[in-house]
Design a protein around this ligand. Structure first.
Ligand SMILES: [Zn+2]
Length: 370
């Protein structure tokens, strides 16, 4: 992973690169930042830069044999240690899952990871005594490729007391051996370990940065990106999750909700409202934001020649039909109603009542048109 593949943190990246280019590389560092700030990605990019055979002034080359191995998480001198589930497990037992997780979601938290390896997010994560022995064994070997060795320990807060067995090697590592501990919670770390590492603080992303990330990665429109950024509070993991959940099924639910409202199908409305209410205020607001997007796409499709609908193929048919059923005035009225509902739900109005009220309003607009 190159620094350029990581969103934001431009000042920090420069600082990290300077460590390496001026040969002032601390032997043990603690990358500390909240969930979803990209700390693990930064640690990997840092090690890749350090190991690169042809580094540029700001980033690794991304093309040399070392960069390629590190980006596949299979460099023989770059080791990872992370929590596992169950007794006597070592990280290496889960290396395939680890690689696939880094590729799909480097912003993961421990419950994502536990779900991946044990299908149970509530399983207690643990870095075992066996793992610390394995670390010591790996680091006692000479580097395979000559340059250096590195160990990234993700979530050292799960080292617990067994972490003390690593103190000596962290304090006096073998030549050209570098540790990066990537942690979210300083107060959960052993003070004996934190006192031996140099702190690199990583801030949460700003709302503006999250918005920019969402707009570029998911082509979200401005208001949706802004809304999600506000809810995610600088956490890219959370932001990605919100978008992916929205894309998965909100359009489908919106279609059912509109059809049930127009048809005055109270049983269906009641079921949809109940299900939505269970997902909580944030998801309801995102559902409604997505509804606004549906209406906007419908209006654009209606009014612009050759307009390309920005939804998946199987959903385009709905927008096309919708655009035949609704006139511009109705779309505008529906838009206002949904916006009002978002406003009320954001201010703690009863979600079920608000959604029922919305459904009645949508039906009213529909009948009036006829
Ligand atoms: Zn390289």
């Amino acid at each position: 992973m190159k620094f350029s593949e990581i969103h934001g943190h431009e000042e920090l990246k420069k600082k990290l690169v300077k460590h390496i280019s001026s040969h002032k590389i601390p032997h043990a560092q603690l990358f500390l930042g909240p969930e979803g700030c990209g700390s693990l990605a930064l640690a990997i990019a840092y090690i890749q830069y350090l190991f690169c055979h042809n580094p540029g002034a700001e980033d690794s080359c991304g093309e040399c044999s070392s960069c390629i191995k590190i980006s596949k998480h299979s460099h023989p001198d770059v080791h990872y240690s992370y929590p596992t589930a169950g007794a006597k497990q070592i990280s290496t037992n889960y290396i395939e899952d680890w690689r696939s997780m880094l590729n799909s979601n480097v912003y993961m938290n421990t419950s994502d990871w536990m779900t991946k390896i044990s299908k149970d997010e509530n399983k207690t994560p643990n870095i075992t005594r066996e793992e610390t022995r394995d670390i010591l064994a790996k680091l006692s070997l000479k580097p395979f490729e000559g340059k250096a060795k590195a160990l990234i320990i993700w979530m050292p807060e799960y080292l617990d007391k067994v972490g003390n067995s690593l103190l000596k090697i962290i304090e006096e590592p073998p030549q050209k051996t570098y540790f990066i501990l990537v942690s979210e919670k300083f107060d959960k770390l052993l003070s004996t370990i934190t006192s031996r590492t140099q702190l690199v603080k990583i801030n949460a992303y700003s709302d503006e940065e999250v918005k920019a990330y969402l707009s570029s990665k998911y082509q979200l429109d401005h208001s949706m990106a802004e809304h999600i950024a506000f809810v995610a509070e600088g956490n890219l993991r959370e932001a990605r999750m919100l978008v992916e959940e929205v894309d998965d099924n909100h359009s489908e639910i919106f279609r059912s909700f509109m059809l049930a409202s127009y048809g005055n199908d109270l049983d269906s409305i009641s079921k949809i409202v109940d299900d939505l209410a269970k997902t909580g205020r944030t998801q309801i607001q995102l559902f409604l934001q997505n509804g606004l997007k549906n209406l906007r796409e419908t209006l654009l499709f209606k009014n612009l020649d050759d307009y390309q609908i920005r939804f998946s193929d199987d959903y385009k048919g709905f927008i096309k039909n919708f655009s035949k059923t609704l006139n511009a005035r109705m779309i505008e009225k529906d838009y206002e109603l949904i916006n009002e509902t978002i406003y009320h739900i954001g201010r703690n109005a009863n979600a079920k009542i608000s959604l029922f009220h919305l459904s009645l309003g949508l039906r009213h607009n529909f009948i009036r048109k006829k």
